[in-house]
Design a protein around this ligand. Structure first.
Ligand SMILES: Nc1ncnc2c1ncn2[C@@H]1O[C@H](COP(=O)(O)OP(=O)(O)O)[C@@H](O)[C@H]1O
Ligand SMILES: [Mg+2]
Length: 574
């Protein structure tokens, strides 16, 4: 389906839905039983139409649907999340022939016959989503089990048009989301544009390439590929994956032996623009593990899953003190789990004595430690952002597997690099948020380029808190986050998110406690937007599991380490 038709299809569903929602918000918002029922019907019918359109258009729309399913920013109604949840993994795949063609393509694929590389290749994918699909296979050379991630050949062109359509729509309907969408647009474009990233990485790897840096890399890569056989030149995705993996291993967080997470190893010589071959992580999807937990929980209450969901929703609505309900912390949960485990072992011993071997209960019958899970994910990503300055910008639950008691972290399509100056600025912001030093928070959020019409201090402070700290209803004045963002935009609209280059003179803002000499230029807001996105995603999972967190508090040790290493911690703490 070509550009204009795609846009029209989107608008034909998006505009009526938007108008309906506006109407409901204005006239059916009394909170009465009758109005609530109307809202539920609206969510049910519109989310269904939305899903049908997404499945028809695919591309960027699937990414948006996935964001809704994982409730990024805690902004989506439950009915919408549930409807969109099929997109987490259930997008209909493309044919095996298409996949084979992509793999065998001499320019953007591996340029070899599929049968020459793999002894077996499962035709049915284990995952398929917006930009490609994933298949299991076995390597011919070594017999190792791998997964092969294939990107659809036409996806890049279609994506560009789709993102533009969404931006145009938001400019009219939801201007508050435009800056974030524009950033996501840039980010997605780098997801396709491997050449720049590869040449940056390569210039670090190979002195010869320093000379070629100004040369358009596409031409050079084609010439270099057969002769240099420098595999890292061939796929930025493989380089990104490998870099994050090495960083995590170096920090002690990653690794099969002692780490808390594992990242698959890419086979660089088998990676190209549209193909990524990597180690298979054997485990379960986090989303499936959590689903099982919920089913067990419902069973323990003697209720069906649907009943339990509706009870939980009711409880959340009745929660009038604006504080979210909190589940047990990691230690309490660990103690409870060890008790359950002892019971499980005792039961198994009894079963063994009565020769009922087939009734054994495995460790996977125990629930997950939700608090620990949230803490670990926030910790790992805090390390990536603040210490490594190289982070996965898309850490939603669909990109997490459970691999033998560790987190399996996959999907490095949107990796972001941040400069040293930006890390320091972020570290300062984290400390200022922890200390609740409003003046400093406001100064720093402006230093990253946040600019609004009235430059209202109070609103800038709240915006910074929502981005990097917490999003409870006390902060948003009892409003739902979406409505709160609209309120912010109405009160003091964003003028622009200024780019780093334009902010070369920003250091005057960082007077008083900030060391001007150290911050030679301001952080680029682009990076700030992506870090906020990570923070919102991680908090989204926290809310879903009744484990709300302050990101700033969780990241404080990293922020202190950054500032200590820069020799400015004492000055900041003053
Ligand atoms: N290294 C891996 N080992 C095992 N399964 C994987 C691996 N990489 C991806 N998968 C499976 O494929 C699915 C989609 O992979 P992902 O990289 O998240 O692609 P997408 O860009 O479509 O989201 C995952 O949910 C997971 O089930
Ligand atoms: Mg994914």
């Amino acid at each position: 389906m070509e550009g204009l038709t795609r846009s029209l299809t989107f608008y034909s569903v998006g505009i009526p839905a938007y108008l309906k929602y506006e109407y409901y918000y204005r006239f059916l918002n009394s909170g009465s039983e009758e109005h609530e029922a109307e809202w539920r019907n609206l969510h049910a019918s519109e989310s269904k139409k939305g899903l049908d359109t997404i499945l028809k258009l695919r591309g960027f729309y699937i990414k948006n649907g996935q964001m809704c399913a994982s409730n990024i920013g805690n902004a989506f109604p439950k009915i919408w999340q549930d409807t969109m949840s099929v997109l987490q993994d259930g997008v209909p795949p493309r044919s095996y022939e298409t996949v084979k063609e992509v793999i065998e393509d001499p320019v953007n694929g591996l340029g070899q016959k599929l049968g020459d590389v793999f002894t077996s290749f499962e035709e049915l994918p284990i995952g398929s989503a917006s930009i490609g699909q994933v298949h299991k296979a076995v390597l011919k050379k070594t017999g190792e089990r791998v997964v092969v991630k294939v990107q659809y050949p036409d996806v890049e062109r279609v994506f560009r048009g789709d993102v533009r359509t969404c931006i145009m729509f938001c400019k009219v309907a939801q201007p508050v989301h435009v800056p974030a969408l524009e950033e996501i647009e840039k980010q997605f474009m780098t997801e396709f544009d491997y050449r720049k990233e590869v040449s940056e990485q390569a210039s670090e790897l190979h002195p010869l390439l320093k000379l070629t840096y100004p040369i358009r890399f596409a031409r050079f890569a084609r010439f270099a590929r057969p002769s240099l056989k420098c595999a890292s030149l061939r796929s930025a995705k493989a380089v990104q994956l490998e870099t994050v993996r090495n960083n995590l291993i170096k920090s002690g967080l990653g690794g099969k032996k002692n780490g808390i997470c594992v990242v698959p190893r890419p086979y660089s010589e088998l990676c190209s623009k549209n193909v990524l071959v990597m180690e298979e992580l054997v485990g379960e999807k986090l989303v499936d593990g959590l689903k099982k937990d919920f089913e067990r929980y419902a069973k323990s209450l003697g209720k069906s899953v649907a009943e339990t969901i509706s009870d939980e929703e009711e409880k959340a609505e009745q929660n009038e003190d604006c504080e979210r309900e909190r589940g047990p912390d990691a230690k309490t949960m660990a103690a409870y789990l060890s008790l359950l485990n002892t019971k499980r072992i005792a039961k198994n011993v009894f079963k063994a004595c009565t020769f009922r071997w087939n009734k054994f209960e495995g460790r996977d019958t125990l629930p997950l430690n939700h608090a620990q899970l949230v803490d670990q994910l926030i910790h790992i990503h805090g390390h990536e952002v603040l210490i490594d300055g190289y982070f996965n910008g898309d850490p939603h639950p669909g990109n997490v597997l459970l691999v033998g008691g560790k987190l399996g972290l996959i999907d490095y399509g949107q990796v972001k690099r941040i400069s040293n100056e930006d890390r320091i600025l972020l570290a300062r912001m984290v400390i200022a948020l922890c200390e609740d030093d409003k003046e400093e928070v406001v100064r720093l959020i402006r230093a990253v380029g946040y600019k609004t019409k009235k430059m209202n201090d109070d609103l800038h402070y709240i915006y910074a808190k929502i981005c990097l700290d917490a999003d409870n209803k006390t902060l948003t004045n009892g409003l739902h986050i979406q409505k709160f963002m609209e309120y912010l935009e109405g009160e003091d609209p964003i003028v622009e998110l200024v780019s780093g280059a334009e902010w070369s003179g920003a250091s005057h803002i960082l007077t008083q406690r900030c060391n001007d000499a150290m911050i030679t230029r301001s952080a680029q807001p682009r990076e700030f937007v992506m870090v906020s996105r990570v923070s919102l995603m991680l908090r989204g999972l926290g809310h879903a599991l009744k484990q709300p967190r302050s990101i700033a508090q969780c990241w404080r040790p990293f922020a202190e380490r950054v500032l200590r290493e820069e020799g400015v911690l004492e000055e900041v703490k003053k």
